[in-house]
Design a protein around this ligand. Structure first.
Ligand SMILES: [Fe+2]
Length: 231
């Protein structure tokens, strides 16, 4: 007979299911009847001996009046308490727009424990501002700084007009969410590199005005229709 002394493999799932069920004081019998998940199965899930399916998580989330996300354990990707990413191991991607190589990206140190913080480095290949294809703005805000090379050209749409600015090494600027923008390198012999850190902006901000702005039809359709989102 199987002994169950070691830590159950799916305890991180089970403890969340148990905790949410306990919050609303439902019994196994009640949850089983409402969700169609057998009582034995429910018991095994809560103890962490079996892994819930996505369908079960959806049923349980509905039963507990929470989102599926509330039933997913946090994936902590830190090592020795921190995140270290060597340049040689960074994910690198080329971005083409209008059949031109526009940017090369390197994803920098990110962590599942800081999901709203996304640093990316960009090498700016275009040397003519007329060639830049702007994005449509993105959900997160963006901190931007010229790392080296340069100058760096920055084009954006603000208050209905297109603006251009040039920056030198060390210059920094902020691009709030939903502002369409793009970058180029004015000096072909000295391509610019920038660090673009997108951050913040969640629907659960607690700021009613910000949330209303985020879910406005105009913003929502802009973002949803942008199939090829990029920085
Ligand atoms: Fe961006």
């Amino acid at each position: 007979m199987e002994t169950k002394t070691a830590t159950p493999p799916y305890l991180s799932y089970g403890s969340l299911i148990h905790a949410w069920r306990n919050e609303i004081k439902y019994t196994h019998a009640m949850v089983s009847q409402n969700t169609g998940i057998a009582r034995d199965r429910l018991s095994e899930l809560e103890k962490g001996y079996q892994k819930p399916t996505w369908e079960e998580l959806e049923k349980l989330a509905k039963e507990f009046h929470v989102s599926v996300r509330d039933l997913l354990p946090m994936d902590d990707d830190r090592e020795r308490g921190v995140i270290i990413l060597r340049n040689s191991e960074a994910v690198k991607m080329d971005q083409f727009r209008a059949e031109r190589l526009q940017y090369t990206y390197w994803c920098r140190a990110m962590s599942s424990t800081l999901p709203n913080f996304k640093p990316v480095e960009l090498l700016l290949h275009l040397t003519e501002k007329e060639d830049v294809v702007l994005n449509r703005g993105h959900f997160f805000h963006q901190y931007t700084q010229v790392l080296h090379g340069g100058p760096v050209g920055f084009v954006w749409i603000g208050e209905g007009e297109t603006h251009y600015e040039e920056f030198q090494e060390g210059d920094s600027w902020l691009i709030p969410g939903f502002v369409p923008h793009g970058f180029w390198s004015p000096d072909p012999a000295n391509l610019g590199r920038i660090l673009a850190i997108t951050f913040g902006q969640s629907l659960a901000s607690g700021d009613a005005r910000q949330e209303l702005n985020l879910i406005s039809a105009d913003n929502a359709s802009r973002i949803i229709n942008d199939q090829e989102e990029y920085y």
